[in-house]
Design a binder for this molecule. Sequence first.
Ligand SMILES: NC(=O)C1=CN([C@@H]2O[C@H](COP(=O)(O)OP(=O)(O)OC[C@H]3O[C@@H](n4cnc5c(N)ncnc54)[C@H](OP(=O)(O)O)[C@@H]3O)[C@@H](O)[C@H]2O)C=CC1
Ligand SMILES: O=C1CO[C@H](CO)[C@@H](O)[C@@H]1O
Length: 378
Amino acid sequence: MNNQNEIDEKLAAAIEPKLPQDRSIGIGCIGAGFIMADCHLVAYCQHGLNPVAITSATVSNAAKVAERHAIHHVCDSVAEVACAPDVEVLDIAVPPDLQHDVIRSALQTDHNLKGILAQKPLGGNYAEALQIVEMCEQAGVVLAVNQNMRFDQSVMAGRYLIETGTLGEPVLATIDMRAIPHWMPWQQRQGWVTLRIMSIHHLDTFRYWLGNPDRIYASVRPDPRTSQQFEHSDGIALYILEYDSGARASAWDDVWAGPACEGGAADLGINWRIEGTTGMARGTIGWPDYPTRSPSTVDYTTTSDNGEWHQPRWDSVWFPDAFIGPMADLLTALESDSPPQCNGRDNLLTMALVDAAYLSAAEQRAVSPNEIVAVTKS
Ligand SMILES: NC(=O)C1=CN([C@@H]2O[C@H](COP(=O)(O)OP(=O)(O)OC[C@H]3O[C@@H](n4cnc5c(N)ncnc54)[C@H](OP(=O)(O)O)[C@@H]3O)[C@@H](O)[C@H]2O)C=CC1
Ligand SMILES: O=C1CO[C@H](CO)[C@@H](O)[C@@H]1O
């Protein structure tokens, strides 16, 4: 087998979800909205995980989702799920401004919890996320965050190509998003559109690929479409990450994407690219086509490829398939007594970077995530 085929085979193995040995650990679900019903539970069912209890603000919604996914115990409250004897892991999918109180009320019960998978964003801002991390640490419960773009197959492939040195020294990474997410009604009360909801995935992906940036420059403007529903600043978000090592990363999170819902033709998609000193990778992210299954892709080329591309292709999609990643990451971490990849402490650095982006845009200057960390006392 030549070297390039060997890389392709190892790459295919690297993007496979790493599943726990014991899939019978009881999972208690909080929230019965889109992401729980259509993504988390669909992915868990594909891999034989074991959701055993569920609640939601409207219990009849929880009952419908329980019936659809064969969950035997519908509970009236977060506390009832948390202290159910067979629940060892909580899976939370509620709006971000409610997440702190949901976790606090779960931890106040006489529970058997070993782990919590919380939702991105981990709270309303870095300070609240820090409180959540500290609450879980004090309770001895392992916290992971559902920062699941990291588990999209093309994003994992990008990381593999960097960490194996296939691309050489990273020079420039970019994500170009021209897509129209479905905004959730609770975003209106927060006044956020893009940075803390969608860009957070891209900022976390840049951290996953290149490590922690030294500073961010962000520029935002309102999205003309969402402005008709509520006032906000962070509609279209553009940002540059600087690394003192020399690497640069940048994204255009364009959620307007032209008048595609207003009668114009649509040209939607997400493309990314990583340029290194000895190779280049380019990818697409398929979720804008959801619910149509549109697998994300990766192509790569190196200085030993005589101008040719490698174009491996796989079937799985971010929504819902990649949602197995964060839960499997938490369960395997509990088995091996090691921190999950998307652990709460690590996620604080993503939260700090998002807060730094808001501050940068508001004050029209470069902001270091350390500035956010420094002004927040634990
Ligand atoms: N990681 C990812 O890729 C994604 C993450 N998300 C995140 O997931 C979270 C939920 O998003 P989404 O599912 O789209 O939103 P939805 O609005 O569809 O669902 C929210 C759910 O939370 C329930 N809920 C609200 N308050 C409580 C409470 N106090 N106790 C229990 N349940 C409660 C709602 O109750 P009910 O409707 O029953 O009244 C609803 O079922 C957000 O934080 C979002 O950022 C969302 C999309 C993708
Ligand atoms: O995390 C997310 C990824 O994409 C979604 C679009 O369906 C967003 O709304 C969401 O919050």
